[in-house]
Design a protein around this ligand. Structure first.
Ligand code: CA
Length: 503
């Protein structure tokens, strides 16, 4: 072997040869005996093409290639119980690893996202984040499990999955990526901030990076509405409000197309919809006007003075009776019950906006929150980060993303450094991780591959909108703070008629 002539490095490699030989070219089933530190492999099974039935599903998933399925339990602490799975294509591996993220407090393997990665030729991995179920009750009496959920499960999974991949193929992944949205976007930012060597490229969708701030905002609004039915907006009223917002702010970006390209320029006051008489319809009562103002309004951490983002104008169609989405309310309530106050009986009526925003952030101490703007180690190592966020997201405010991007630029100082490694794509009219009135389907994985593997930074990313499966609008997404501007010629439903410009 050519490698044996390479001096001291060759000696090290030669010492490793017995371990490599043990698993080199090994069958999937033999991975059951692979030694992983603080971990037990619980399953190593070859799955034939088209024969995988996702747990909880009644039917086999269609279109999957043959793969090797490995499951393991990781115990970095005695109280840890972190489940992971690693899937590796039996043939046609693209030599890369794609780890996929979770949602909310969700303690389960992300099978759907793993399947998407597998179909693209990736080895892929996912964790249940160290607990089972989609609520915060696991945290009571288990501070180590909170850390596992906050960051440790993903980091441990990254290390273990690379070892499993290297054993199966006799070669580690050439590139390792993270792909997640929502809580998975938070996990993405945590990795970029805390473990800059885990992934070469990271996709952070709609990151819940201000986890405690979002919890506080959702609970603040829920408190105002839960026992105050007259202040709630009915679905027809949120639609009325949405139409009025779009009417007022659509043209501010230079094109009336039903989309608000930059909602931060939209200074819409819901008072224009206020009823002129007590028996009027098709309008908002004074109490409902206040509700809308509350949902848009930022709060503030009184100690750090950092803004705690409200929702953006344009998000109205996703609002529920208690303001933010049911998931935002439930996740926020659990954060205060099980982590901030350790009191399962805590109720939103006990929320104190003056003290509890700061209390929640301090109690977390950076365990779940991913607010550290120092991406320098990740950038210095050559890492690339693509973040995206729907401007109409009613679940995690898009202003979290613009605020964080600005804080990173401020922290690193050199304006040229950040866009060479970190780009944020705001998506007009898109909801939480997808959906909505704006073009909302795009290939972030392909864009990241081009950037990491070929040095081609994404100057724009094509987004599609479909109705009943038919594409009816395409539009470029632009690196923030640029927006897509109509060039003045061609169809406004065609991406080619737009260019990314700073405004
Ligand atoms: Ca517009």
């Amino acid at each position: 072997m050519r490698i044996l002539a390479a001096g001291a490095g060759a000696l090290l490699l030669a010492m490793l040869v017995p371990g490599r030989m043990l698993h080199a070219g090994t069958s999937c089933g033999a991975l059951a005996t692979l030694a992983l530190p603080n971990a037990t492999i619980t399953l190593a099974q070859a799955v034939d093409a088209g024969r995988f039935t996702p747990p909880g599903s009644a039917a086999e998933a269609s279109g999957l290639p043959a793969f090797c399925r490995v499951a393991a339990t990781l115990k970095p602490t005695p109280d840890s119980d972190i489940k992971i799975e690693v899937w590796m294509p039996s043939s046609g591996w693209n030599s890369k690893l794609q780890a996929v993220g979770n949602g909310a407090f969700n303690g389960s393997i992300s099978y759907a996202a793993m399947m998407m990665a597998l179909v693209r030729g990736y080895a892929t991995t996912s964790t249940d984040t160290g607990h089972v179920g989609n609520n915060g009750s696991f945290a009571v009496g288990h501070p180590e499990k909170v850390i596992d959920f906050g960051w440790r499960a993903v980091h441990e999974m990254a290390a273990a999955s690379k070892t499993v991949v290297a054993a199966y193929y006799d070669a580690g992944p050439k590139y390792s990526y993270w792909n997640g949205c929502s809580a998975g976007g938070r996990q993405a930012m945590k990795e970029a901030q805390r473990f800059p060597a885990d992934f070469d490229g990271i996709i952070a969708g709609a990151p819940g990076l201000d986890w405690t701030g979002r919890a506080a905002q959702a609970v603040r609004v829920a408190k105002a509405l839960e026992k105050n039915e007259p202040a709630r907006l009915s679905p027809p009223q949120t639609q009325l409000l949405h139409r009025a917002v779009v009417q007022a702010c659509d043209a501010l970006d230079g094109l009336k197309d039903g989309l608000i390209a930059d909602p931060t320029r939209c200074t819409f006051d819901p008072a224009v919809l206020q009823c002129q008489s007590a028996d009027a319809t098709g309008c908002l009562t004074p109490a409902q006007v206040e509700t809308a103002r509350l949902i848009y309004s930022p709060a503030e951490n009184p100690k750090t003075k950092r803004a705690i983002s409200g929702l953006a104008p344009g998000s109205e169609l996703g609002w529920t009776a208690t303001g933010w989405t049911a998931s935002a309310r439930a996740t926020g309530l659990d954060q205060f019950r099980f982590i901030v106050f350790n009191d399962p009986g805590w109720d939103v009526q006990q929320f104190n906006v003056e003290s509890d925003i700061a209390r929640a952030e301090e109690r977390d101490g950076g365990t779940i929150n991913a607010l550290d703007p120092n991406l320098k180690p990740f950038i210095d190592r050559g890492g690339k980060l693509i973040q995206y966020h729907g401007w109409s997201d009613p679940q995690i405010s898009p202003l979290n993303s613009t605020q964080y991007y600005t804080r990173v630029r401020d922290a690193l100082g050199d304006a040229a450094v950040v866009p060479n490694a970190y780009r944020l794509f705001m998506v007009p009219g898109m909801g939480h991780c997808g959906g909505g009135e704006g073009p909302n389907a795009f290939d972030m994985v392909g864009a990241l591959e081009q950037w990491v593997e070929h040095g081609k930074a994404p100057n724009q990313i094509l987004a599609l909108h479909s109705t009943n499966g038919v594409v009816d609008r395409t539009r470029p997404l632009c690196p923030y703070p640029q927006v897509a501007v109509y060039t003045g010629t061609g169809s406004t439903d065609e991406a080619a008629s737009f260019e990314c410009r700073s405004r």
